[in-house]
Design a protein around this ligand. Structure first.
Ligand code: FAD
Length: 365
């Protein structure tokens, strides 16, 4: 009691509500302040935009025949391809292991192609990667790389047959990323804050695997953000500027070959020498395999100069504004524009992102 009274006196805050005192989890300690992002036009170093490969019914991991060959699909990861990568790679591997083949072609060299290729190599497959674009030229390079399930399916699909697949992918990936924490893979733990006018609870995408997002809730005056309520949880960030080149170099070090090549049809793919193909073409699967459910959802980012003291993320879910700290810059998002096919930054979106974040950051105490 003395301790909490002293703390309340020290920071001038009301003690946490009685509902959260005692028992487990322990009393919430108010967070007095956090270092502020330096937000000014002259700190902007670049803008970027990418097209999330979104399917209303969720990602596709399944096998089909292509003449004498087998194609294992692994695409449609929406706004969380980095997050799910190892999880769906593991599912695709299981389908590959069920065939008699151990010589594989992986089509696509974004995060899904690379994790699939590495997973196959680790299980005895000889792999060749074919892709129209390599890092740093893929959508995966645009991703901030925060481990969070978002924009993966229509809200009505989360309770349907897709649910167990999604749960399996999230849980496997969350476990698989953990030993990769360290500078060599660019993976680290960060605190993620959600802020808003109402008490913050797990969004439906998070509630799919609730144990992965253990929220600590904060009421008015208990956190430094200019919002009534906040909640924080620990998560990982896989900096794609480190993670993807690392996967690529591991792939080649283990004998993997890479061919830059664009495929225009299934027939084109049927001409490959390998008997087993993994389709990891992201949005490219729409034209290549005629999947019309796959639609682009444009996301735009403004990147500020790197700032080493920032080791937390925030998301204002109501305004859809998020800040993710990376060693190559402070990433400010966000936007989601379904059906937009250009990756040119839109000046109106740039202004909304910048002004929205300036309001949040300048309002922090
Ligand atoms: C602004 C933004 C922020 C994001 N932030 C996050 C985040 O914080 N966390 C997270 O988990 N996810 C995030 N994402 C989502 C993530 O970027 C995607 O889900 C992920 O990149 C999809 O990976 P992919 O490998 O399927 O596709 P891609 O990265 O697009 O790779 C596709 C590969 O297939 C190749 N290809 C396609 N068609 C053909 C063809 N016909 N012939 C040959 N090769 C072909 C391409 O050249 C490329 O090599 C974000 C996305 C955006 C836009």
């Amino acid at each position: 009691m003395l301790k909490s009274a002293a703390l309340a006196g020290l920071v001038g805050l009301v003690p946490p509500s009685p509902a959260r005192v005692g028992g487990w989890p322990p009393t919430v300690v108010p967070v007095v302040s956090l270092p502020r992002v330096g937000i000014a036009p002259e700190r902007v170093i670049r803008e970027a935009a990418g097209l999330r490969p979104f399917r209303r019914s969720g990602f596709v991991v399944r096998a089909e025949s292509l003449g004498e060959k087998t194609v294992v699909h692994n695409y449609g990861h929406g706004g969380c391809g980095v997050t799910l990568s190892w999880g769906t790679a593991r599912m695709a591997l299981s389908l590959g292991l069920a065939t008699p083949h151990r010589e594989a072609a992986v089509i696509g060299c974004g995060v899904i192609g690379l994790t699939t290729a590495r997973m196959l190599q680790d299980h005895g497959f000889t792999v060749t990667l074919y892709a129209a674009a390599l890092p740093p030229g893929t959508t995966s390079d645009v991703a901030a790389g925060v481990f969070a399930v978002t924009e993966i399916a229509g809200p009505d699909q989360l309770g349907g047959p897709f649910l167990p697949q999604l749960q399996e992918a999230v849980r496997f990936a969350h476990r698989y990323f953990q030993p990769l924490v360290g500078q060599s893979y660019g993976v680290r733990w960060v605190t993620f804050w959600m802020i808003g006018p109402k008490p913050q609870t797990q969004p439906p995408d998070f509630a799919v695997t609730p144990e992965i997002y253990p929220l600590t809730s904060y009421g008015p005056g208990e956190h430094p953000f200019p919002a009534r309520y906040a909640a924080s949880f620990p998560t990982m960030i896989a900096e794609t500027n480190v993670f993807l080149p690392r996967l690529l170099s591991e792939f080649t070090a283990r004998g993997g070959r890479i061919t830059v090549r664009a495929f225009s049809s299934r027939q084109d793919l049927a001409g490959l020498a390998e008997p087993l193909l993994f389709n990891c073409t992201g949005l490219g699967a729409r034209a290549l395999f005629g999947d019309e459910e796959l639609v682009p959802v444009k996301g735009q980012l403004t990147v500020l100069r790197p700032q080493e003291d920032i080791d937390y993320c925030y998301l204002d879910g109501q305004e859809f504004l998020y800040m993710f700290p990376r060693s190559d810059g402070i990433v400010l998002g966000g936007s989601h524009e379904a059906g937009v096919t250009t990756t040119d930054p839109d000046p109106r979106v740039t202004a909304r992102i910048f002004n929205g974040h300036r309001k949040i950051i300048n309002g922090m105490r």
